[in-house]
Design a protein around this ligand. Structure first.
Ligand SMILES: [Zn+2]
Length: 178
């Protein structure tokens, strides 16, 4: 977890008010999260941390490209993202530390630093689209053209096979609409 060290912000020593932090996110970051959907990226995280007496307000702006695998041709392609998220962090007694919600994260009053790597990881992975496609299939510079060719050949072959193998299909084709 050494490479995540830089994401720990020692807020205790900060004055109240706003402070800016910047992080560059690339492959080593994702190596720390075994189940990450995103395996590599080039992202810049701008974090504005506002320190108040009893809480922190974190504003994240994450911009750049995440690398996805196309669901069709399997090639790796860059997908642009722009993420803006806000997280409120409250300081509390140890007895209330379990009261975390999506909106409010609890930290102990005795904590002196906050690790923002988990939040950044979550925001990036939530931005992954349900279906990834490299775009204009077969025509982008990232497309695996060989793979697309093979897939097309395979699906043509399959069509032929199912048509030939199933006489019911032939019979259906001969039914004329009334
Ligand atoms: Zn593709």
């Amino acid at each position: 977890m050494k490479s995540l060290q830089e994401y720990k912000i020692p807020f205790k020593g900060l004055k109240t008010g706003k402070h800016d932090f910047k992080f560059e996110i690339a492959q080593p970051f994702f190596n720390e999260f075994e189940y990450s959907l995103v395996k590599s990226a080039e992202l810049t995280v701008d974090l504005e941390l506002e320190k108040q007496e009893t809480l922190l307000i974190l504003l994240f702006t994450i911009k750049g490209n995440i690398h996805l695998n196309c669901d069709v041709c399997l090639s790796n392609f860059p997908s642009p993202v722009q993420i803006e998220e806000r997280q409120i962090v409250k300081f509390t007694g140890d007895e209330n530390l379990e009261d975390n919600t999506d909106e409010i994260m609890m930290l102990s009053r005795s904590d002196f630093e906050i690790d923002v790597s988990g939040l950044i990881y979550e925001y990036i992975n939530l931005s992954v689209p349900y279906i990834s496609r490299c775009g204009d299939e077969g025509n982008t510079q990232w497309c695996d053209k060989e793979m697309i060719k093979k897939l097309n050949e395979l699906s043509a072959e399959n069509n032929e096979k199912t048509t030939n193998a199933d006489p019911r299909w032939e019979a259906l084709k001969n039914i004329k609409p009334q």
